[in-house]
Design a protein around this ligand. Structure first.
Ligand SMILES: Nc1nc2c(ncn2[C@@H]2O[C@H](COP(=O)(O)OP(=O)(O)OP(=O)(O)O)[C@@H](O)[C@H]2O)c(=O)[nH]1
Ligand SMILES: [Mg+2]
Length: 455
């Protein structure tokens, strides 16, 4: 994704790290590089100029904070300025909700409906797809296919050519305990008939989110479309698709961000797995290859992990009261670079449940395992995720079949889960651990008080 842009930017970063000192010459050189790279990925000329000017100004005039080299500060400035053109991203609520997808022909609405469905399933939420595209003959079948693949219900009414009726029928029988994703019809243009249809559907659905699905290969034009859709029907976010197949992604991202519409997700391939929440900071640090440079930028406040999230994770871990749904989330979080180190760095002897020592290969292994576990968890029902103790015998067999794994794999997952619960419970009484954790997070963690404290 954005390979070209990433490559040139990483090249630029390398230039900086190799420079013996930062002077006017190198700043100018780097700024030219950045400009060129941005223009090549279809970022608007004015914007590219503005950014590079800002980087130059800051690099020449600002003093690095204490303890940071001018070189690293220069990298940080580039990082910050690039992040600033991508807007704030969007907070995705992990709870039952109604999501209406809108957009023009072929931009990826139906595929994205499936991707979102899988995304929310993975968070342990029940999901329904609703087929409201009554214009394209094969639209319902396409959605049904996706539903079958994911093993989730698809609501449609065969032969019905009024989308309003489909929606009303659906809402009559569903009381909002699920994530409901409404796939709507597209048009070649944002014409009157589409606007009218979407407005009416919006009125009936009363969606929590209206996501505009936009093909990022149109580059900067994405900004115009986001604006017209927003003016016409009101959107709460944008999903940029096909980021995998375009050099113009930079243009699409920046142009949409400029309209003020938050970018919620990006689609990065044709598979139902190929979607990610759009987080500008993570996106840019990955693009710049800062993963490797993280220690280098240790003092850069923006690269620090989300303290609040880390606290919540620790809190949940240590409470010993969590289910498979939580475990999945926790795993997803701790497999992010930096988090594990942050939590466990000062405890070299600590080993994770499953007795893996935390070393360099841990991340890789946990990534692999996570992938397998994901598929298994996807095949569990909501009830099972919430009450892992009911998963026995035939349930294990069903889950293994559904996920294309072996019953042993399912058992292994359950065993790890139980180990984790046990280990965390044990840790609760460990005062040294408590202190270290607290020190790591720099703050008191609610619920983390050592029960024996003061005795
Ligand atoms: N490479 C790539 N292809 C994508 C992505 N998202 C969607 N597609 C492809 O884009 C094409 C159109 O996707 P659909 O989901 O059918 O688009 P739509 O907006 O529902 O189209 P209509 O229903 O005709 O309006 C399909 O071939 C998808 O596989 C993506 O993120 N990457
Ligand atoms: Mg469609």
């Amino acid at each position: 994704m954005l390979e070209g842009l990433g490559q040139s930017l990483r090249e630029t970063i390398r230039k900086i790290t190799k420079a013996s000192y930062i002077d006017k010459e190198i700043v100018e050189d780097v700024v030219r590089d950045i400009q060129r790279a941005l223009l090549k990925s279809d970022v608007n000329v004015q914007l590219a100029l503005k950014i590079s000017k800002k980087v130059q100004e800051r690099a020449m005039n600002e003093k690095p904070p204490e303890g940071m080299s001018p070189r690293n500060y220069m990298i940080r400035i580039i990082y910050e300025e690039l992040v600033s053109i991508l807007g704030k991203g969007k907070e995705i609520k992990l709870k039952p909700q109604k999501i209406m997808l809108v957009g023009l022909y072929g931009h990826g609405k139906t595929t994205t409906a499936g991707k979102l469905a899988r995304f929310f399933m993975r968070k342990g939420l029940p999901v329904n797809l609703i087929a409201c595209d009554v214009h394209r003959p094969a639209a319902m079948e396409q959605l049904e296919q996706i539903g079958m693949q994911l093993n989730i219900p698809v609501f449609s009414i065969k032969g019905e050519n009024d989308a309003k009726k489909i929606v009303s029928e659906y809402l009559k029988i569903h009381k909002g305990n699920e994530v409901a994703i409404f796939d709507t019809s597209g048009r070649h243009d944002l014409e009157e008939s589409l606007i009218d249809e979407l407005k009416v559907l919006k009125e009936i659905i009363q969606p929590d989110e209206i996501f505009l699905v936009l093909d990022s290969t149109i580059g900067q034009m994405a900004g115009k479309q986001a604006k017209s859709f927003n003016d016409a029907v009101g959107i709460t976010g944008v999903i940029l698709t096909k980021m995998d197949g375009t050099a113009k992604g930079g243009g699409a991202l920046s142009a949409v961000a400029e309209t003020g519409a938050p970018i919620a997700f990006i689609g990065t391939g044709e598979h139902l797995d190929d979607i990610e929440i759009f987080d500008p900071k993570r996106f840019i640090s990955r693009l710049l290859g800062l993963g490797d440079l993280q220690t280098l930028l240790e003092t850069a406040k923006d690269l620090e992990i989300d303290e609040e999230k880390a606290e919540k994770t620790a809190e949940k871990l240590l409470s010993g009261k969590f289910n498979l749904k939580d475990m999945y989330e926790i795993w997803e979080q701790i497999s992010r670079p930096g988090i594990l180190q942050k939590i466990f760095n000062s405890i070299p002897t600590f080993s994770l449940p499953g007795s893996e020592k935390i070393d360099d290969s841990f991340m890789e292994k946990s990534e692999e395992k996570l992938k397998k576990y994901r598929v298994i968890l996807d095949s569990m029902t909501y009830e099972e995720l919430e009450n892992p103790e009911i998963i026995k015998g035939t349930r294990i067999e069903r889950i293994a079949r559904g996920s294309g794994t072996r019953p042993e794999d399912v058992r292994e997952l359950l065993k790890e889960f139980n180990n984790m619960v046990k280990a965390m419970k044990n840790m609760k009484g460990n005062r040294k651990m408590m202190r270290l954790l607290k020190k790591q997070f720099g703050k008191e963690i609610p619920g983390l008080e050592d029960e024996n404290q003061g005795s």
